[in-house]
Design a protein around this ligand. Structure first.
Ligand code: FAD
Length: 538
């Protein structure tokens, strides 16, 4: 006799920051029966998968944490300003243990499909282990940067050496000693990995398609007095980050860069440059993201820094970004990145001046008509961001509509948390929410708590389905686009604009609200306070 299908109140997909806290909230706060599926072998998400040399967070670690458990904030000690991947993974393991999360997580299991039954109002979720379960609610906590953009280079199968993608590095690591190595890509990941690999490899060739504006990370031990003061002030920190623009303690200068005198501007730029991290990006003149003239002043400052740091003027010029405004791409943080190009064993091959990569060969790769002999290729080619992991779920909503088809021209969501035609589905830090444009734990906690409150409300009022209306959704999509169209962000070929994936429809993926994550939180809370305005609750 076939065994009855197991039924859960909620299925959560993914066990990174988002899925872990979602489980905690639904199971321990609401008392629901929850199953989490995770493709990886343990918790951690991003910090389980991204094991490349130099992998670390770029958010200051004191805010790159869960805040729902006050004792953890006091107990946990980070070893430096931006801890490395193993340390962040250790932190997430510690959270899982403390809250006994693993007993409801099924690891090494990928969700390969989900279908909503309009008669029973439940989701059936299928996994790659041949399992099918049902659930009232389906929560995609699949991550914004979890769907690897695997390189599609011609001839890759011919390459006799070994190759890796940064987000799928082997657990045992890679020994680059005495090897001829290539790194393909110069985004935030590559900027972390390149200096580390260059220290080990016999020779490193960096293949650059687009130069990026990098600012100093200024990693290091945090002064114990600062750590102590922060621990004493976590309530304040939580309040400030939640109300802030980017979920960080960075505040823009409330003035136009064009109004400042050159001396004043230089002083302000120096301050942010010296502070390191996202200060130059997120705490600069308020018109930096809006005015090309203001932006040019910031860009000029960075260009001067690059020219000063990189000894060979021809290499410096190739490392200077062309054709996009400063800040319109994910900000890479630099620890010896520019200095690395002063090393004798490092070569920069720039697609614009030296020729783009044409194909992989048996011995290495060919770019601009020239063959480069290699033992190892590291692809730092990033992710099919935000929509990629959701489209890969094969979700079927009302009337047989498929999520990937609904989003054929880019994402359509309501508040970045819900999709019309897909009842009882929630997307944590989904497209068209602040997500990747914020310090993500702040946005993750906000979404998880909103979803949890919503499900609690549903249960308490005896309702069974909640679904965004198409009208509310299309108004939200228009709002997201109207706001971002006022900025310089849309001009860049960035992954924020979906431009890194061939054929991906050009659309701005996150939400850059007029009042940032603080304003967005208020909008979400108002929707709930008005009885889930823009949703049909039945
Ligand atoms: C290298 C790197 C550095 C970063 N640094 C920062 C930073 O400094 N600050 C910051 O705010 N953010 C940073 N981020 C973003 C980071 O992704 C988030 O901060 C956060 O870790 C996201 O947590 P999450 O749980 O939402 O997603 P993830 O951590 O991506 O977890 C999602 C999980 O879902 C699983 N999954 C996906 N699809 C399926 C499926 N079909 N079936 C089963 N499981 C599935 C994946 O295996 C993954 O484990 C960084 C990202 C990267 C890649």
């Amino acid at each position: 006799m076939a065994s009855a299908t197991q039924h859960f109140d909620a299925v959560v997909i993914g066990a990174g920051f988002s899925g872990m806290y979602m489980l905690k909230s639904l199971r321990d706060t609401l008392g629901l029966k929850v199953r989490v599926y995770e493709a990886g072998e343990t918790v951690g998400g991003t910090w389980y998968w991204n094991r490349y040399p130099g992998a670390r967070c770029d958010s200051d670690a004191y805010i790159y944490v869960f805040t729902f458990d006050k004792q953890m904030l006091q107990e946990w000690e980070w070893s430096e300003r931006y801890p490395t991947q193993p340390e962040i993974l250790r932190y997430l393991e510690y959270v899982a243990k403390r809250h006994d999360l693993k007993r409801d997580i099924q690891f090494s299991t990928r969700v390969i499909g989900g279908a909503f039954d309009e008669h029973t109002n439940v989701w059936t979720v299928r996994t790659d282990k041949g399992e099918a379960v049902t659930a009232r609610y389906l929560i995609a906590a699949v991550g914004s940067l979890s769907h690897t953009n695997m390189p599609q280079f011609k001839g890759l199968e011919k390459f006799k050496g070994t190759w890796y993608h940064t987000s799928r590095f082997p657990k045992e690591g890679v020994d680059f000693t005495a090897k001829r190595v290539a790194v393909v890509g110069t985004g935030a990941t590559a900027v972390q990995a390149i200096p580390e690999i260059a220290q080990q490899a016999k020779h490193l060739t960096v293949f650059q398609r687009t130069a990026n504006y990098c600012v100093p990370a200024r990693n290091g031990k945090v002064d114990p007095e600062v750590v102590k003061a922060r621990k004493a002030d976590y309530d304040g920190i939580i309040k400030r980050t939640r109300e802030s623009f980017f979920g960080q303690e960075h505040y823009s200068i409330p003035k136009s860069a064009l109004e400042a005198t050159p001396e004043e501007r230089e002083r302000e730029f120096d301050k942010r440059w010296d502070a390191g991290g996202f200060a130059f990006w997120l705490a600069n003149y308020q018109d930096m993201f809006f005015s090309s003239e203001a932006n040019e002043l910031c860009a000029d400052y960075i260009r001067r820094k690059i020219r000063k740091t990189v000894k060979d003027p021809a290499v410096a010029e190739r490392l200077i970004p062309q054709g996009h405004y400063y800040g319109t791409k994910r900000q890479p943080l630099d620890t010896n990145y520019y200095e690395t190009f002063n090393k004798d064993n490092v070569l920069l091959v720039d697609a614009k001046t030296d020729g783009a990569i044409e194909e992989m060969t048996e011995q290495g790769l060919r770019a601009g008509g020239k063959e480069y002999a290699l033992d190892i290729i590291v692809f730092a080619t990033g992710f099919d961001a935000m929509t990629g992991p959701l489209k890969a779920l094969n979700l079927q909503g009302r009337g047989g509509r498929m999520l990937d088809q609904e989003w054929a021209d880019g994402p359509h969501s309501y508040l970045g948390i819900s999709v019309a035609g897909f009842p009882n589905l929630f997307t944590i830090t989904g497209p068209q929410s602040p997500s990747v444009l914020s310090n993500m734990p702040v946005s993750i906690e906000q979404h998880v708590e909103w979803v949890s409150d919503c499900i609690d409300h549903m249960n308490k009022t005896g309702k069974t389905t909640i679904e965004a209306t198409s009208q509310a959704q299309e108004q939200w999509v228009a709002h997201v686009n109207d706001i971002v169209n006022l900025t310089l962000m849309t001009s860049a070929n960035s992954w924020y604009m979906s431009a890194n994936i061939p054929g991906k429809p050009r659309a701005f993926l996150p939400y850059l609200g007029p009042e940032g994550v603080g304003g967005y939180r208020k909008q979400c809370d108002e929707v709930a306070a008005k009885g889930y305005e823009g949703f049909v609750v039945a």
